[in-house]
Design a binder for this molecule. Sequence first.
Ligand code: ADP
Ligand code: MG
Ligand code: MG
Length: 876
Amino acid sequence: MTDNKFVYEFSEGDASMRNLLGGKGANLAEMTGLGMPVPEGFCITTEACTQYYVDGETINDSIKAEILEYIAKLEATTGKKFGDPGNPLLVSVRSGSRASMPGMMDTILNLGMNDTVVEAFAAKTNNPRFAYDSYRRFIQMYSDVVMEVGKSYFEELIDEMKESRGVKQDVELTADDLKELATEFKAQYKSKIGADFPSDPVEQLFGAIKAVFRSWDNPRAVYYRRMNDIPSDWGTAVNVQSMVFGNMGDTSGTGVAFSRNPATGDKGLYGEFLMNAQGEDVVAGIRTPETIDQLKDENPDVYAQFVTIVDKLENHYHDMQDMEFTIEEGKLFMLQTRNGKRTAAAAFKIACDLVDEGQITQEQAVRMIDPKQIDALLHPQFNQADLKAAVPIGKGLPASPGAACGKAVFTAEHAAAMGKQGEDVILVRLETTPEDIEGMHHAKGILTARGGMTSHAAVVARGMGTCCVSGLGEISFGPGGKSFTLGGKTFNEGDWISLDGTSGAVYGEKIATVPADVSGYFGRVIEWADAFRTMKVRTNADTPADARQARAFGAEGIGLCRTEHMFFETDRIAAIREMIVSKTVEQREAALAKLLPMQRGDFEGIYEAMEGFPVTIRLLDPPLHEFLPTDEDDIVALAAEMNLDLDELKEIISSLHEFNPMMGHRGCRLDVTYPEIGAMQTRAIIEAAVNVQKAHPEWKVVPEIMIPLVGEVKELAFVKNIVTSTADAIIAESGIALEYLVGTMIEIPRAAITADEIAKEAQFFSFGTNDLTQMTFGFSRDDAGKFLDAYYATKIYESDPFARLDTVGVGKLMKTAVELGKSTRPDIKLGICGEHGGDPSSIEFCQTLGLNYVSCSPFRVPVARLAAAQAALKAK
Ligand code: ADP
Ligand code: MG
Ligand code: MG
C-alpha cells in the first residue's frame, strides 16, 4: 500500500491530470474550474484501478476509507445524504479512462435508490412517475452492470408491461406501472442472483465502483484497446457524481452535441436532445430525438446559455467538442466534454479551419490528426455512372461517409467470420451494441434500422472510418432475424447490397467502387506535416502503376520492389518455369535470356514513374516451387516446351518440394546456387537505369540493389560480387557515370546480431520486419491467426506482432543492428520495408532508431507521412 491520494473532488483537479483522473474526470474537473454548471462529485483515480487489480480484484481498506471520506464531503456540499428519506443523495458512477473508449465500459445512474428513498423521492418531487422511472432504471443498470444479470430479461418485462397496458412508448407508462416494474425487476434480480437487491447505498456504491474497475477488462474493452493501441495497464478512473434529472417532466431533458459537424467538419452546433429522458436515451435510439436547434423553441434561455458554454469550451480546448448535457426543470447542467471523434474528412477540415481562425498553429494541426484515420479518406467511392443507374431501395441517416458494397450478414459473429476470410460484408442490424464491435470492425459497411446520428453504430463507425447508414426504420426483419425486407424486396444472408454513407441511400445490388479523390484540406495538412518530418517516406511498389499511385500520394522513392511479382503474368511464367527446371547452366541461361528484356522493361517503367527518386530493387526472394505448375495440362505443356520426358519433369518438380519453404531454398540462397539468376537481374536493373538516365539527364537515377535473406557476411559478399562485376561492366560500356548501391535486408536474427560484419559489405540495411518478426518469434504470419486469439485472451500478447512492431524483442534486434552497422559504416543508409513501415506506432519506433526512411504500400504513404511528422515532433 502507498500513501498516495486516490480520490479527488472535481474542484481539486484539472485537464492536465488526464492520466490520473481519466479523460472524463479531468474534463469534468476543468469545466468545474471554468465555473460551468457541473453537478458536484469526485473522481477515483486510475491508480486506484491498478491497485484494485494488484490487490486481487478488491478495493483495499485505505482506499475504501478515502472514498467514504469523499462521500461525506459530497453529502456536505450538496446538503443531501445517502439513504436519507428527507433529502436523499443520488449519484452516478461513471467510468473514464485516459483515452476515450465510448460505450466500452459501464455507467450506473440513480445509485442510492431503495424502497424507502423512492417513496420519499416521489413525495419530495411531487412526481411519483419520475421517482419510479429512476428507480427501475437503477435496478436495471445495476443488475446488468454489477451483477451481470443481462439486459434482455428486463427489456422483456418492459415490453410485456407496455403490451398489457396497450401503449407503445416507455413514456406512456404510468407511475403505478413503473412501480410494478421496479418490483418485478427486483424479483428478477433475486431469482437470478439468489439474494435480495441491495438496499444499502454504500453497498451499492462499492458494488458499482468494482464493476467499473472490472469493466476495464471486459472483452469488448480489451478488443477496443487492441484496435487502438491502448495499453492494458492504464486502468480506468471512476467518477462519482451527484445526479441531475432529465426525466423530471416536460421541462427536463437530456442531449448530446458537437461544436462542429463531426461528419463534415462544418462549423456550427450539431446535436440531438430528448425532453423527459435520462442518460443514454438519446443515443440508444429508443425515441427519435429532436435536433439541437429545436431547443431554441423549447427553451430559448437554456439554448442561449448552452451556446455560450460551447463557445467557451471550444476556445478553451482549441478543438471540436463533444458534449453531454441535461436540463433539470429548466436548469442546464454539463455532464461531459471531450475532443469529439470525427470522420477523416471532418478532421482535416476542422484542423484547417482552426488554423485559419488563429486557434491553433500548423504544428498543432499536424499533431491533432490520428494518422490511422487517413485510411478512410483513401477508401473507395461509388463509380458515379453505376450509381446513377442504380435506384435506392431505402434511405436512412448518413451516419458515416464513404461507399460500401458487400454481402448482407445479420450477426456480428458472421460479419467477423466472413470478413476474416476476406469476404466483403455489410452488417445489417436492428441497432448495434458494444458487443458487436469485432463484427463491425470486419464489415465494409454497417446498416441499422434504429438509432440517430449519435447512435452507437454511428459513433463507432465514424471512429473506424467505416461507412454507416443508420435509422432506416422501414427495414423489417424476417423470422429469427435471418432475412430483412426493404423496398418490397427480401434479402437473405449473402445477398449483395450497397450503402452510401454520405447520402444515407441503400441499394439492393452491387455497385462498383472507385478510389477516392484526395485533395483540399487533406493536402494542406499533409504539406504542413512534411515540413516537420525528418524520415523520408518511400513505397513498396512492384509495377509502374503502383509506383505512379504512390508518387501521387507523395512517396519519395521505392523502398522495396519485389521482382518476383512480375513473374506471375501469363507470358512470363513459362520462362521462369523453364529456368527453374533447367538441368544445365546453358538451359538456365537460355530461359533467363527470355526474361531479361521483360525485367528491363519493368524497371524502366518504374524508374520513369519515380522521376529520379531512389529505387530499391530486391533480387529474387521466394522459394522456387511457388512458380511451379501443379496442373497436369501445364506440366505437359512445360515438358513439351523444354523437350523433356513427362516423368522426368515430374521428378524434377517433386525434387523441389520443401518441408519448410519459408526457411528453405530462397532469398540469396538462390543466387548462391544459381549465380546466373543474380547476374540476369543485375543486368536488367542496370541496363534499365542507363537507358532512363540517358533519356532524362535532369534526373539522377540511382538503383539500390538489395540482397534478401542474408544471415552471414560471406554469402552477402559472394552475391555482391556477382552484382558488382555485372554492373560495373555494363556501366563501363554505357559511356555514362551511373551510381548504384548494393545493400541487404536485415530479416534474419543472425544478420542483426552480426550487423557490424554485414555492414562492411552492405551500403544500406532495410529491415524486412515481416520475416524478422516471423523468425524472431518462430511462428509464421500465415499460421499465427490460429492461436493468437488465445494469446490475447490470456494477455500473453496484447497485439499482433505482424501488425504492430514488437519493439521489445524484434525492436531490440533492430536497435542492435543499427548500432553495430553504424560502428563499421557510419554513413550506412537505414530503412524499413516490412508492413510495419505503414503502421503509426511502429513508425514512431523507427524514428527513435534513427532510420532514414520508412517504406509502405502506396495507400499507406499519406498515413506514413503524417505519422512520421508526428514522430519527429514527439522526438523534439
Ligand atoms: P459513456 O462514457 O458511455 O458516455 P457516461 O458516464 O458519460 O457514459 O454516462 C452515460 C449517460 O448518463 C450519459 O448520457 C450521461 O450524460 C448520463 N449521466 C452520467 N452521470 C449523470 C449524472 N450525474 N446526472 C445525470 N445524467 C448523468
Ligand atoms: Mg458519456
Ligand atoms: Mg523477407
